[in-house]
Design a protein. Structure first.
Length: 435
């Protein structure tokens, strides 16, 4: 019997990714700090790479203080400088701001003697200086550039959209409350105990010390990856933050000059590989910047009400919807926004924070975001009775009454991410006057 020589064919599918695509996706996922380190390493190893560093030389690889500056604890002065591009300042105002920042006290108050010095030294009127201070008072964190406690509380409450006639009466009578107690307001202005307890609770939650609340979505880094500035009511200027990154160039003349010389086969291979790597780095950086601009421009378009301060909530936006609109894959969008921050008219956020998840209502077709639920929870807790704070089950009931189907475990998770203690701990902290 003759042996059988059967041939079996199997159809299989295999996806292979080229090294060029792998490198491009690697660059796409880097934030500015990581990309800065990568560019610096490539320039030191590749003879055909050149870089034009920013004019202030802040990002020069010879600047040994770069990492030291980034490691320092960020102060409110750093945050003010980050927000300055969003203010419409003239040359004289820009020159005055460093004097105001240097003279501000630790509690955020301005030294009144400093104002007289600025008016004399910089030849500006007192009215012009006060107009500049009013602009700065609108920046974050609220409460800076004030002269007394009353002005600070007023600014913080205005930032929360809660300052009204009743709060104005309470703030103006802080000294009388200290002397005569709350009975003074009840008798003179006919406030009920419930009204007073709610207002006192709200003022107690104000960040009087001007320390920026450490929420996970809010970033205090002085070097955001992108900048969004308002141009019109419906349009924004988007740009890659070039404070840190240089413009990378390929020295083609040097490559052409060396290539004309007689070299060994190994030397030619080395030169070709280095030249190819240099071109690939430049192309990958351009691809990263273009992709990042496309993604963030689409996000800014969908969240324009939030950036224009017409609403305090972010609309729910999914990565899939962004990818479908831009004709990209979801993985590309994920890499583009991964570990990157953006400076906006509302502050500095991670880009992922601007894409809150969708939570559907069970009683209507409206869709709310997890961000709006967190803001609603924060408002509930800020206005809860002092003697009986709301626990997680109470918050679930409030949300269910608004048509939002959510579990107690999810409420506890949201509360934990906002660094709000449980109801029992809030009671103890309030009794100790430490929350």
């Amino acid at each position: 019997m003759e042996p059988r020589n059967d041939i079996f064919l199997f159809a299989t599918q295999r996806t292979t990714v080229s090294p060029i695509l792998l490198y491009s996706t690697k660059i796409l996922g880097m934030n500015n700090l990581d990309l800065y380190d990568h560019i610096r390493d490539c320039i030191s190893e590749n003879p055909f790479l050149e870089a034009e560093w920013p004019a202030d030389n802040f990002s020069s690889p010879n600047n040994s203080q770069l990492l030291e500056n980034l490691a320092k604890e960020t102060t409110f002065q750093d945050e003010i400088y980050v927000q300055m591009p969003f203010l419409k300042l003239n040359a004289k105002e820009t020159e005055i701001i460093p004097f105001l920042l240097d003279g501000i006290r630790e509690n955020g108050y301005l030294n009144s003697n400093l104002l007289k010095y600025i008016t004399d030294e910089k030849k500006v009127s007192y009215f012009e200086l006060l107009q500049l201070i009013k602009k700065l008072q609108k920046l974050s964190p609220p409460g800076l550039f004030t002269f007394n406690l009353k002005d600070k509380i007023k600014l913080i409450l205005e930032a929360k959209n809660k300052y009204n006639k009743n709060y104005a009466i309470l703030v103006e009578n802080l000294e009388n409350i200290t002397k005569y107690g709350l009975s003074y307001l009840r008798e003179k202005y006919k406030f009920t105990p419930g009204q007073l307890s709610l207002m006192i609770s709200e003022i107690g939650c104000c960040n009087i010390n001007c320390r920026v609340e450490s929420e996970s979505q809010y970033i205090m880094s002085p070097i955001p990856d992108m900048i969004i500035s308002r141009q019109t009511a419906t349009d924004f200027n988007l740009s890659i933050n070039d404070m840190l990154l240089p413009q990378v160039l390929v020295n083609t003349k040097l490559f052409a000059e060396i290539s004309r010389k007689h070299c060994s086969k190994n030397d030619k291979k080395y030169l070709n590989d280095q030249f190819f790597s240099a071109e690939l780095l430049v192309k990958s950086i351009n691809y990263r910047n273009k992709t990042l601009l496309k993604v963030v421009r689409e996000i800014a378009h969908r969240q324009q009400d939030f950036f224009n301060c017409r609403g305090s909530f972010l609309y729910p936006v999914s990565v899939r919807s962004i990818a479908d609109t831009l004709l990209m894959s979801e993985s590309t969008v994920h890499r583009a926004i991964s570990e990157k921050t953006v400076a906006t008219p509302r502050g500095i956020f991670t880009i992922k924070h601007l894409l809150p998840k969708e939570i559907k209502s069970k009683t209507c077709h409206d869709v709310v975001s997890d961000y709006s639920i967190k803001e609603y929870m924060k408002a509930l807790i800020n206005n809860e009775p002092l003697d009986s704070p709301y626990n997680d089950s109470h918050i679930v009931s409030f949300l269910n009454s608004r048509g939002i189907n959510i579990s107690r475990r999810t409420v506890a998770k949201y509360r934990s991410t906002m660094e709000i203690p449980p109801a029992s701990q809030r009671t103890k902290l309030r009794r100790g006057n430490s929350w």
